[in-house]
Design a protein around this ligand. Structure first.
Ligand SMILES: Cc1cc2nc3c(=O)[nH]c(=O)nc-3n(C[C@H](O)[C@H](O)[C@H](O)COP(=O)(O)OP(=O)(O)OC[C@H]3O[C@@H](n4cnc5c(N)ncnc54)[C@H](O)[C@@H]3O)c2cc1C
Length: 561
């Protein structure tokens, strides 16, 4: 089964009367009722098996597979993807801790269709996990939990919730632990649900909360080590952040489908709308945003396998940049659609406003854009280029980004909390040199400018020293520039890794690469003269056959049977 075949299944379910019928999903959105039919269809197909690593009995062997599947669901309905995919996020701590018995037990429940929620946030604490007040106190051989987690996706519907709890009253980095709570096993009256919260987007999702009132859990509910909760969460978040950007890619696919239809059928001033040069350029710019987002996401999914010790930085870059790129893409498509981007009842276009509303959550949960940028900014002094010779990683980036490369097995034990290198960006010089050997129109010039910008950034970074506390605004800006440089390097690496695609659709004449580099240079504050013509070319290609599938990933991922 390939991701394309799975997409065919979901398309079948999207027919009138099916569980993904847009009429049904819109009705759920308006009534704020859970999309149970769509989630049940995904359960029947076996999607939960892909949230469970194969060593615990599931089918998760490669993060790019999970990406392809969640992207496919999100491209039909982002709320359903958020509601269903949450189990991947909720269970990640258990897989990361690696206790075989606990993980195998949870795996069985997930594959039977039970949902797992992820309870980090508390009403008073927000992003500040060290402020968490939900406590776990020893009672006999087990624990008693008291306190609230809010807001939490699937807090009410999920049978399990994975919570971060304070186990040392003094708190601090070693004062928290993770517990997997089976709510069905709790004594009556000790678990209370907080009401569903009305939301701006993903209105039909179960966004609520949970309160524990001296809720007793057995000793084996502890996930990982006592006091190791914060570190465990910080590691699990690296996997979930890489996973959840697939939601953004799906939203981007969905929006481009609508934009393409509009460009193809709208007539204005006696001509086709797509003949307006500005409309084509805007469409092309929105294509480039999706291609760049996909590239960064794909590089992150592969990094998780190949260089997990770098994932703390790579996942932060990815979670900060990808939702931002896609939210910007949605704004462009909204402008393109004009009134149809705002009206919710026009056939074929009414769904756009929902995508735009729904997608805003991706930049908020699992660490907001700022939280991730701030994490990257704090780590920049350690990452600074040239600080130490890069550790020999064995396989170079342009090898492990090859589509036919079999990724190394996922090994959460190799995750760290402070990356010391970034193989993608460290390879920039080499990647630019490789491109120079086969110069492409415009791409070589833009790549050289990127290398200069990275050189300049490296000088600023080399002056940084680790400091306690939140990074200053100037360092947050450096982190943002670092994200753009990383994205440009990822685009060059994907190009160098996959020469077999160079004469295909979005790759031909280096078009996709040029689009990515033009965006990166703009992000870095440059005005590349090649940008407008490149975006115009991308916009034109969207109208042709290639527009059916906007992607630089040539071969649809084979999903393991
Ligand atoms: C629909 C929805 C579903 C959710 N689902 C879940 C869930 O399933 N599980 C769960 O645990 N949580 C969930 N959350 C909570 C979500 O993860 C939090 O909203 C998020 O962690 C931020 O907390 P906050 O909104 O209270 O913002 P605050 O922490 O109060 O932050 C306020 C602002 O400061 C910024 N900020 C915070 N820290 C920093 C920093 N270090 N550097 C720079 N800027 C910073 C934030 O980006 C934000 O803009 C959900 C939220 C929503 C809206």
């Amino acid at each position: 089964m390939s991701a394309i075949e799975f997409a065919g299944e979901v398309d079948g379910w999207s027919q009138s009367g099916g569980p993904f019928d847009p009429v049904l999903l819109t009705a759920h959105d308006e009534a704020e009722t859970f999309p149970a039919e769509a989630c049940a269809a995904l359960d029947r197909w076996g999607l939960p098996d892909y949230y469970v690593p194969n060593r615990f009995g599931g089918r998760l062997t490669r993060l790019d597979e999970v990406h392809a599947l969640l992207r496919t669901v999100a491209a039909r309905d982002l709320t359903v993807a958020v509601a269903h995919g949450k189990t991947f996020l909720g269970s990640a701590s258990v897989w990361t801790a690696g206790d075989g018995q606990a993980a195998t037990a949870l795996a069985r429940h997930i594959m039977a269709g039970e949902a797992v929620a992820w309870g980090l946030t508390e009403p008073g604490g927000g992003s500040d996990l060290l402020a968490g007040e939900l406590t776990a106190t020893r009672r006999g051989s087990g624990w008693s939990l008291s306190g609230r987690k809010w807001p939490v996706n699937n807090a009410t519907r999920g049978r399990f919730v994975c919570v971060l709890a304070r186990t040392d009253p003094a708190g601090g980095p070693r004062g928290f632990s993770v517990f997997l709570v089976d709510k069905q096993a709790a004594a009556p009256g000790t678990v209370r649900y907080l009401p569903k919260m009305p939301t701006h987007g993903i209105r039909s999702a179960d966004i609520s909360g949970v309160e524990f009132l001296d809720a007793r859990v057995p000793a084996d509910a502890l996930v990982g080590t006592l006091g190791g909760g914060l570190e465990l969460v910080l590691k699990a978040l690296q996997l979930t952040r890489v996973g959840c950007v697939a939601l953004s890619l799906g939203a981007g696919d969905h929006a481009l489908r609508i934009a393409r239809r509009f460009l193809g059928e709208r007539r204005l001033h006696g001509r086709r709308f797509s003949e307006l040069p500005h409309a084509r350029t805007v469409a092309g710019r929105s294509v480039a945003r999706l291609l760049l987002a996909e590239t960064v996401a794909y590089a992150a999914a592969r990094s998780a396998h190949e260089v997990p010790e770098e994932l703390s930085a790579v996942s932060a870059i990815t979670k900060a940049l990808v939702p931002t790129l896609i939210q910007g893409q949605l704004r462009l498509v909204g402008e393109l659609l004009g009134a149809r981007g705002f009206l919710t009842g026009v056939e074929g276009y009414g769904g756009f406003a929902k995508i735009e509303r729904d997608h805003q959550i991706v930049g908020i949960f699992d660490g907001s854009t700022w939280v991730n940028r701030s994490a990257l900014a704090s780590g920049l002094p350690v990452l600074r280029p040239g600080r130490r010779p890069a550790a020999p990683t064995g396989v170079p980036v342009h090898e492990w980004l090859r589509e036919d490369h079999e990724p190394a097995a996922l090994d959460p034990l190799r995750l760290g909390v402070m990356a010391r290198d970034n193989s993608v960006l460290s390879s920039l010089g080499d990647l630019v040199a490789r491109l120079g050997a086969a110069p492409q129109d415009g791409a070589g010039r833009m790549a050289a400018r990127l290398l200069d910008a990275y050189g300049e950034l490296s000088e600023h970074i080399s002056g940084l020293r680790p400091v306690a506390g939140p990074p200053p605004t100037a360092v947050m800006r450096l982190a943002e520039r670092y994200e753009w440089c990383h994205a440009g390097a990822a685009a060059l690496a994907l190009w160098a890794a996959n020469p077999q695609h160079h004469d295909r659709d979005w790759w031909r004449d280096g078009l996709g690469l040029r689009g990515c580099l033009a965006l990166v240079l703009e992000g870095l504050g440059a005005q590349p003269p090649e940008a407008t013509a490149t975006f115009d070319e991308l916009g034109s290609l969207l109208l042709g056959d290639a527009g059916d599938r906007v992607s630089l990933l040539g071969t649809p991922v084979e999903v393991s049977a």
